[in-house]
Every structure is written in C-alpha cells, then in structure tokens.
Ligand binder design. Structure first.
Ligand code: ADP
Ligand code: MG
Length: 327
C-alpha cells in the first residue's frame, strides 16, 4: 500500500477511540479487562471474494456481514461481545469502497458494543476479510456443542430459508422473482446475530450452534459431538413467509440445507419450555420447538405422519460446492 499508506488507511477508516479501560488500534496488542468469573470466547471467520461473496458485492453490506457472521458465533456460545479485530487484504485502495465497508462494519460494532481494536492491512490479489471476535461468558455457562442430552428439546430461532432463497435468486439458479428477492435480500446481506437470545440461553440451554451452512449439517455437529441422535419434525420448521408457494423439494432444501441463516439451533430440557417461549416473546425473536434428542446417532427428518423424509443435501461445503455466499 504505497500511494495511500497502510497507516493512513488504518487511521482514516478503522481507528476509533476505544471504550474506557481498553487499549485499541495503535499498539502492538489491544488490551481489555475481563469480568470476574468469566472466560474468554474467541472465534474467527473469513470471507473470501469469489467464495463467500461475489466480486462487486455492496461494500456496506459486506462490512456488516463480515462482523455479523462472527458475532453469530459468540451468540451461539452464549457469550457477550467484548471487541473484535479485522485482517483485511485488498487488491487496491478504493476510498469509496473503504468508506462504505468501514461504515457498515463500525455501525454493527457500535450497535453490538463490539469495538474494533486491532487488525492487519495488506495488499493481495483479491478481497479477503478475516474477523476475530472476542467475548466473555460466565465460567461453565457456555453453550458447547458437546453438551446436548438425550431427551432435550431442539429449538430454532427466527425463520429459515430466506437467505438461501435470496442467494439462489441472485445467482440466477431460479427464474427472476423481484418480489421474493425484495422479501429475502436483507436476510442474505445483513443478517442479525442473535446475541441477546444467546446470552440469555447461557445457563438455561445445554448446547447451541448458529446455522451458517444449513440446519442439518450444523445441527448434525451438535448430535455428533454429544453422542446422541435426533428427530426433527419437518412440518414444525419455521419457514420464512417468502417460501410460501415454492416447489416442495426446493422449499424443503431451503429449510433443511439452506445456509446463511445465522439463526440459533439449541437444545434444552423440556422443563424450560415455557421460560424459553417467554424469553423469545420478550426479545421479539420467534423460538420454535422443532425436534427432540434420542439415543443413537444421526439426524432423522420426519414428516407429519412420522415417516422418515429422505434427504439429499445437508448443507454447504466450502471446498466442494460452487461459489456461494456463506461464512
Ligand atoms: P504490527 O506491526 O504491530 O503488526 P501494524 O502496523 O500491522 O502493527 O498495525 C498498526 C496498528 O493498527 C495495530 O494496532 C493494528 O492492530 C492496527 N490495525 C492494522 N490494520 C487494521 C485494521 N484493518 N483494522 C483495525 N486495526 C488495524
Ligand atoms: Mg500487522
């Protein structure tokens, strides 16, 4: 970065004054205090041009999404955000792009109290964004994938399928449908990490995961790590309204294997049903009971009459699938 020095870019677009008691951009490391009785939760997610987003993607949305997909991991652990770092690789200095990107990023950082406190900036042959989030969670309250138990209810927040539908429309895999695209595009471009829900579930739910690559694939990680099996009820899955009237196999695939939902899938004792429903109402986040954990292994999908539904796709794979828009 010769013409516009690396340090000018950092100062202009990324350096912001950090909250009290934190040391932010400008030293060798950022510093921040941890609350007593908490442990640190750390997660990194990378977005690569051509793999997770298309060249020419709206930079403001990209800034939002680069942070949102990371915050979603904190939410899925039940952690509260403390701060984040950003490693940025750019082919060239484009001020309009940087201004929109950094504004999208900082706006979500402000809203979620997750200030940008450090990072790295370099030139390379395509845009690569790597964000690390730091959070804290009460010791032994984290929502680990290996903590689900046989007999737990399985829950999903929000609705499923919107981002997947939007992506298929954007990629031209479905006939143009401006109305459906309008109804779903923000789910794809500007996902809302379920931070409050995750925090309140810490200490109540057993296990949680955020749905980034598809419900069956992601929930499958909980089932595998917890050494149990699960039944999911197809008819109970909370479908986004824009899925109404779609071809049934497409609808099913969007619900079961659609990525980029950034909703939480979590398991909890049946004892907590009412409290979880009250919590969802208080937070204005729909929560839906979609299945149960059983002895055995693997996830079975059952239809309304209890028959097993054959499933072809379980989710998205970053190495074998064509360009998508997933983190
Ligand atoms: P170092 O030589 O210690 O790696 P750098 O010169 O890479 O430091 O960065 C200088 C300062 O700017 C550091 O505090 C670093 O964390 C911060 N920084 C660099 N790039 C970014 C970025 N994209 N976003 C936020 N902070 C950044
Ligand atoms: Mg550096």
């Amino acid at each position: 970065m010769q013409a516009d020095g690396e340090f000018d870019l950092i100062a202009r677009y990324f350096k912001r004054s950090p909250p009290d008691r934190m040391l932010g951009v400008g030293d060798d490391c950022a510093l921040m205090p941890l609350s007593a009785g908490c442990e640190l939760a750390v997660s990194t997610d990378m977005l690569v041009e051509g793999r997770h987003f298309l060249p020419g993607a709206d930079p403001g949305a990209l800034g939002h999404k680069a942070l949102a997909v990371n915050l979603s991991d904190l939410a899925a652990m039940g952690a509260r955000p403390l701060a984040c770092t950003l490693a940025l690789c750019l082919p060239a200095v484009d001020h309009a792009w940087l201004a929109a990107f950094s504004e999208g990023f900082h706006a979500l950082a402000r809203d979620t109290h997750c200030p940008l406190v450090g990072g790295d900036t370099t030139r390379g042959d395509r845009v690569v964004l790597s964000v690390t989030v730091l959070g804290e969670v009460r010791r032994s309250h984290a929502l680990r994938r290996d903590a689900a138990r046989v007999g737990d209810d399985v829950w999903v927040s929000g609705t499923l399928g919107a981002a997947d539908l939007a992506l298929r429309l954007v990629l031209g895999q479905l006939p143009a449908d401006p109305e459906r695209l309008r109804a779903t595009q923000s789910a794809l471009d500007r996902p809302t990490p379920r931070l409050k829900l995750g925090r309140y579930l810490a200490g109540v739910a057993h296990a949680a995961i955020d749905i980034s690559d598809g419900l069956l694939q992601d929930f499958g990680h909980i089932v595998q790590a917890s050494h149990c099996g699960a039944d999911l009820w197809l008819d109970a899955l909370p479908a986004h309204p824009a899925l109404a009237g779609l071809d049934e196999s497409l609808r099913r695939e969007a619900l079961l294997a659609g990525g980029d939902a950034y909703e939480l899938c979590f398991t909890a004792r049946p004892l907590w049903r009412e409290q979880i429903e009250v919590l969802g109402r208080q937070l204005g986040v729909p929560v839906t009971r979609v299945g149960t954990l059983v002895r055995g292994q693997g996830v079975r999908v059952l239809d309304g009459s209890g028959q097993v539904v054959p499933v072809t796709r379980r989710g998205f794979d970053h190495f074998t699938d064509p360009c998508g828009d997933r983190a």
